[in-house]
Write a protein that binds this ligand. Structure first.
Ligand code: GLC
Length: 569
């Protein structure tokens, strides 16, 4: 029987996503419960108490659908089932129910740009040129003498995983397009049947009680209908720049950021908004994997009031600055506040596709302190925050050292220049026992546990009130309980300071909060001059070491110190 429309949706259920703390889980690497060396759904369920204690509102899991695992789940062979590596549909339902008991929502990864070549749609599609599924994918003739000659690929487009994005199919004598791996053929979004299929898939998961979706690779859904070559990017010497795969770097403008995606997201949003259920009340949030050239493009991903698209397209502008540069952070945070049309930003600094924070922001000496600085920006600012499993304990990027150990196809194709993404996908470090508590002793985990697990692990950090884990927990609590931080707007302060980033968060009816973060290894003192008389501050959270400030006029910060205080009336 279809669900009846929900009678009431409380404001907190409706608005939960607006200051949500979202935790990204890479299921293979989180917790193995059955001794096969691969993490699974029951493992995640076992760890829900930890996530509740940490204070997260939602978990986003990278894909758990049946898959040949050529791209570890991003090659989906069936969108409405669970891969046996991860468990069963009953395990999934139990995870959703157990998470709900702890006020945690489960967000699914929705991979619409491509399926696996082993998906029944593609198996049909490649079976003959007249198959009804032929037009579900992107097929083109080669550039040969005749239409059925292999010749050269249709154009110079390249795969994100290296080399030509076109694969010759001998049986039907055409090329198929794959923006990603060869086993990930692109779906044809000009075909209305593809739209309908994904609306059904979204509905399928909504009925199982998911809290929303993260739309994978959404900027590459469409290709330019001209199918013309992309332009090579020239280096300083006037010759094409060569990328890590040894191919000429292309501008990507015929295969990315095409505008058709807006209409698709309007449709998906309308489907998600139309769904209502007494059993699973509240907003289903649509999150976008939106690496975009600038903030104007990001602003468009929200759609309009009449035709909304994403609730939370990821703001990769702030999080992927990739250097501890105060002026750039200040400018990007101002953009998020002022140039997103009043929409809610989703800050994110880390994920399964990029080296972890230590490799992008650390200096090898103060990495933990730098991570406190980064996490203060992530949580002590308006909007929603997304972080990656293991960031809260300071897990380090640990890439493979030998090509024969590489699991990620990106690393296998790109070795040695491009080592792939295994380094940021290693097993979660729970404790100092063998296999770091990720899997039972004696089991061989699918990726090796980094040696750092003996000191960097949840158990050790739980026992230490000054640990990074304790810091994350305090920041998250602050975000969830202090309306100035969680819901208020922010204004940059002391804007010429090149060493310390300071801002003020304000919401109606509550005391304003100031945040200062020192991006240098030297102690700093800041003087925050604000109009009015409220210059005394009360500390909400600070890194140890620096003295308690009495006024806004003199806030002392240790190396990479953070200060968060409430301005007193
Ligand atoms: C996204 C995913 C990445 C995957 C790719 C292809 O960028 O985050 O892991 O390889 O899409 O699906």
């Amino acid at each position: 029987m279809p669900d009846q429309p929900a009678k009431t949706t409380s404001a907190s259920e409706r608005d939960w996503w607006k200051n949500a703390v979202i935790y990204q889980i890479y299921p293979r690497s989180f917790q193995d419960s059955n001794g096969d060396g691969v993490g699974d759904l029951n493992g995640i369920t076992q760890r829900l108490d930890y996530l509740q204690e940490l204070g997260v509102d939602a978990i986003w899991m990278t894909p758990i659908y049946p898959s040949p695992q050529a791209d570890f789940g991003y090659d989906v062979a069936d969108y409405e089932a669970i891969d046996p590596h991860y468990g069963t549909m009953a395990d999934f339902d139990r995870l959703v129910a157990e998470a709900a008991k702890r006020h945690i929502r489960v967000i699914m990864d929705m991979v619409m740009n491509h399926s696996s070549d082993e998906h029944k749609w593609f198996v049909e599609s490649r079976s003959s040129r007249t198959n009804p599924y032929r037009d579900w994918y992107v097929w083109r003739d080669g550039n040969g003498e005749t239409a059925t000659d292999k010749g050269e690929p249709p154009n110079n487009w390249q795969s994100e995983f290296g080399h030509s994005a076109w694969e010759w199919d001998e049986k039907t004598r055409q090329y198929y397009y794959h923006k990603f791996y060869v086993k990930q053929p692109d779906l044809n979004w000009n075909n209305p049947k593809v739209h309908a299929a994904f609306k059904d898939i979204i509905d399928f998961w909504l009925k199982r009680g998911v809290g929303g979706f993260r739309f994978d690779a959404i900027t590459t859904l469409f290709e330019d209908p001209s199918f013309a070559d992309e332009t090579a990017i020239l280096g300083k010497d006037g010759r094409p720049r060569i990328n890590a795969f040894g191919d000429p770097a292309l501008d990507g403008l015929k295969t990315e950021f095409l505008p058709g995606v807006h209409a698709v997201m309007e449709e998906m949003r309308a489907s998600a908004d139309a769904f209502s259920s007494d059993k699973f009340p509240g907003t289903r949030v649509l999150i976008g994997e939106t690496y975009l050239p600038d903030v104007a493009a990001l602003a468009r991903e929200y759609g309009t009031l009449d035709k909304p698209e994403f609730h939370l397209p990821m703001d990769t502008q702030v999080g992927f600055v990739n250097k501890p540069d105060v002026a750039t952070f200040r400018a990007k945070l101002e953009d998020a506040e002022e140039r997103l049309g009043g929409n809610i930003p989703l800050l994110v600094f880390d994920n399964h596709d990029n080296p972890r924070l230590d490799a992008r922001y650390g200096d090898g000496v103060h990495d933990t302190d730098i991570q406190r600085v980064i996490s203060a920006i992530l949580f002590a600012s308006r909007g929603a925050s997304l972080f990656y499993y293991g960031d809260e304990i300071g897990m380090k990027t640990t890439p493979p050292t030998r090509v024969e150990d590489v699991r990620d196809p990106v690393g296998r194709v790109g070795w040695p220049k491009e080592k792939g993404r295994d380094g940021e996908r290693t097993p979660m470090q729970w404790d100092a026992t063998a296999n770091a508590g990720f899997a039972k002793a004696g089991v061989v985990p699918w990726l090796p546990v980094p040696p750092s697990y003996t000191s960097i692990n949840v158990q050790a950090e739980k026992a230490d009130p000054n640990s990074l884990l304790a810091w994350y927990q305090s920041l998250i609590r602050l975000k969830k309980t202090n309306p100035a931080i969680g819901e208020g707007g922010y204004t940059m302060l002391d804007v010429d300071n090149a060493s310390v980033l300071s801002w003020m968060c304000q919401a109606p009816g509550v005391l304003a909060v100031v945040v200062s973060v020192n991006f240098t290894a030297e102690p700093q003192t800041v003087s925050l001059s604000l109009p009015g008389s409220g210059r005394k501050v009360r500390t909400l959270l600070k890194t140890p070491g620096a003295p308690e400030p009495v006024s806004l006029g003199k806030i002392q910060l240790g190396a990479y110190g953070v200060y968060i205080g409430e301005i007193q009336p």
